[in-house]
Ligand binder design. Structure first.
Ligand code: GTP
Length: 352
């Protein structure tokens, strides 16, 4: 699993923890992937780490909690997606022809992984890519295929996508293909490995499936992913409780007359005051929403507080920040950790 990225699009939340460890539906995001991997019959996982590597070991240890054996590899200089996979090769246990599953650490996917491996084996492919259809393919790797499902090109973030099918960030590699990725330097599978395999005539297959899929790399998608897990739209064995309109974790308290809905998760020790409305949001540990505040589609960092009567829509509030009563934060605004906004009636529309 590739977990070495800096998660810049999710700053400031990723200043204190890497993206795969951000609390998502009550557990670190990667727990959902690990639990699903175990469910699909995977027994050994190598985490390819770089940014805040020590936090992964502290969080997942030897993997026994998931019924997995987890090894950790570290890149002192980030090696990119291909370099990270190559760096992890020394810990892989399969033989040269065995299938190795590689997952981006920021994907929620309900697709049938054993079926993807099956396509890979039947085609005796070098690599088999999970493909999904999206409305905005230009933001992703566009992947056209021929009638047999064979990939004909890999066009990373092209302005002129030729199909809506994109790379979904889950690959099955033949082990020997990983061993041939150049060692000790940065490599991108998207820009280098896949295009050169296709150009060399290697069998690269596409496995298209329309099950639930989401790249949680942006704040908006991160909130949506957490809510979908809580609502049960994306089933995950790692959700710590019953699926429903809201998930209240240990010690979270919701005052009478407050409403918590839309798949909101209220982290341990978080507080929602009287008459407050929290809809489709993520409250980290010990976050506070004071009386009468309205919070929609937002992420409230650890120990952050939203003052009485404030209104947030699509906002990201860094750890320990305080939004004074009466402030109104509009879509996309990010507040840096520890910032204190005085009580006011100002409508903010840029980052602070
Ligand atoms: P942004 O900075 O917001 O784009 O996020 P990111 O750093 O996670 O980059 P991106 O979403 O493109 O990365 C896709 C996946 O590859 C994520 O799971 C990352 O953790 C992982 N990744 C990206 N770069 C590296 C790297 O240099 N080494 C390793 N091991 N993993 C990486």
């Amino acid at each position: 699993m590739l977990v070495g990225g800096q998660g810049t699009r999710l700053r400031p939340l990723t200043l204190s923890a890497p993206k795969p460890l951000l609390p998502t539906a009550g557990v670190p995001f990667l727990s959902h992937q690990l639990a699903r991997a175990a469910e699909c019959g995977i027994t050994h996982v190598v985490l390819a780490t770089a940014y805040r590597a020590d936090m992964f070991t502290e969080c997942f240890g030897d993997g026994a909690e998931f019924g997995l054996s987890i090894d950790y590899m570290y890149e002192s200089t980030p090696l990119g997606t291909g370099g990270g996979i190559r760096n992890a090769a020394s810990r892989l246990r399969g033989g040269p022809d065995d299938p190795i599953v590689v997952l981006n650490g920021d994907i929620l996917s309900g697709h049938d992984l054993p079926a993807q491996v099956d396509v890979h084996r039947k085609a005796d492919a070098a690599v088999t890519l999970h493909l999904v259809e999206v409305d905005d393919p230009a933001r992703y790797g566009c992947v056209p295929t021929g009638p047999s499902g064979r990939v004909t090109a890999f066009l990373e973030k092209t302005p002129n996508p030729v199909t809506n099918r994109i790379n979904a960030g889950c690959y099955v590699f033949r082990r020997s293909v990983i061993d041939r990725i150049p060692d000790g330097r940065a490599v991108s599978v998207e820009r280098e490995t896949f295009p050169s395999l296709i150009a060399a005539g290697a069998v690269v297959m596409g496995y298209a499936e329309s099950a639930y899929w989401l790249d949680v790399g942006t704040p908006e998608a991160f909130v949506r992913g957490s809510c979908d897990l809580v609502l049960g739209r994306m089933p995950s064995p790692a959700v710590p409780g019953e699926c429903g309109d809201a998930l209240l974790l240990d010690g979270a308290s919701v005052a009478p007359g407050a409403s918590v809905s839309g798949g909101t998760v209220a982290g341990p020790g978080s507080v929602v005051g009287e008459g407050a409305v929290v809809d489709g949001s993520v409250l980290f540990e010990a976050a506070t929403i004071e009386a009468g505040a309205v919070v929609r589609g937002s992420i409230i960092g650890r120990g952050a507080a939203v003052g009485a009567g404030a209104a947030l829509d699509g906002a990201v509030i860094g750890d320990g920040a305080f939004i004074g009563p009466g402030n109104e934060l509009t879509k996309g605004i990010r507040i840096w950790p520890g910032v204190r906004l005085a009580p006011t009636s100002i409508r903010f529309s840029s980052d602070i």
